[in-house]
Write a protein that binds this ligand. Sequence first.
Ligand code: NDP
Length: 277
Amino acid sequence: MILLDKYAVFGHPIKHSKSPRIHKIFAEQTSQALEYIAQEVPAEQFSTAVDCFFSNGGKGLNCTIPLKELAWSYADLKTERAQLSKAVNTLAIQNDGSILGDNTDGIGLVTDLMRNHGLTLAGSKILILGAGGASRGIIAPIFEQSVASIVIANRTVDKALNLAAEFQHKGHINGCGFNDLGSQQFDLIINATSTSLSGQIPPLPRHLLANKGVCYDLAYSNEPTAFVRWGEENQALKSLDGLGMLVEQAAEAFFIWRGIRPETAPVIQLLNAERNS
Ligand code: NDP
């Protein structure tokens, strides 16, 4: 009998997660004997559920809304990018039984933008809408691409200002409210608010997107999200959603756990074909 290594994604709600499907395809593609399930875990049950998972032989976990900050506190040791982002989406048990925490969201986004969509980030002026967990996770990996500057705009202005202050040492970064964006223009606008989940977008001034600028919504859905539609209406060169990021962050987690990089392009193609059918 083959014993399968156990992996899971914890979240609340988790029913519609695509992660089990993605990791099953990665495992088949790379001939890895593993199982990956989705488990409903409310925040108040997080540490008990994680203790139980690892003490029963679990090898690695993904954590999603609303558990990433709790996973950050849970991890015994953290990668630099996880340390900075104060949110962890990947936990891995080490040989000595300690738990490593990483955040693969930012590298997932950067890989999707650059490798899958052929974009160059170097020298770009970037606007990030939102100052929550996702925003925090993508700032350092974006700075690593030698961008010119990042502006963070958020409904709660103090959160944008504080986040910008925290990442000052990484590059040219400012925080503000949506109303303070004025006549600035950006090469890339990333929606890291959760507004798309309710079919809305933050209040944005006209002419915010530079000529040949690109829009990217971290959220994804079977229909174009409200922000993807905003990008199209504002003549974005490309207006993309976060499905590619989802697959890329999963591939990075798979690499952390198994030491093998799965091929992401066929998985993205498959998931795209399914939602267009
Ligand atoms: P958080 O709850 O941590 O942050 C939510 C952000 O949205 C805050 O900045 C909040 O502003 C803002 N916001 C919420 N409602 C409104 C509103 N009505 N008007 C304006 N701003 C609003 O969420 P996350 O950062 O974890 O997630 C953000 C998005 O990113 C989600 O859609 C999530 O699904 C997506 N995501 C996608 C991933 C992928 O792999 N594709 C990975 C990670 C996240 P305020 O501070 O004022 O409350």
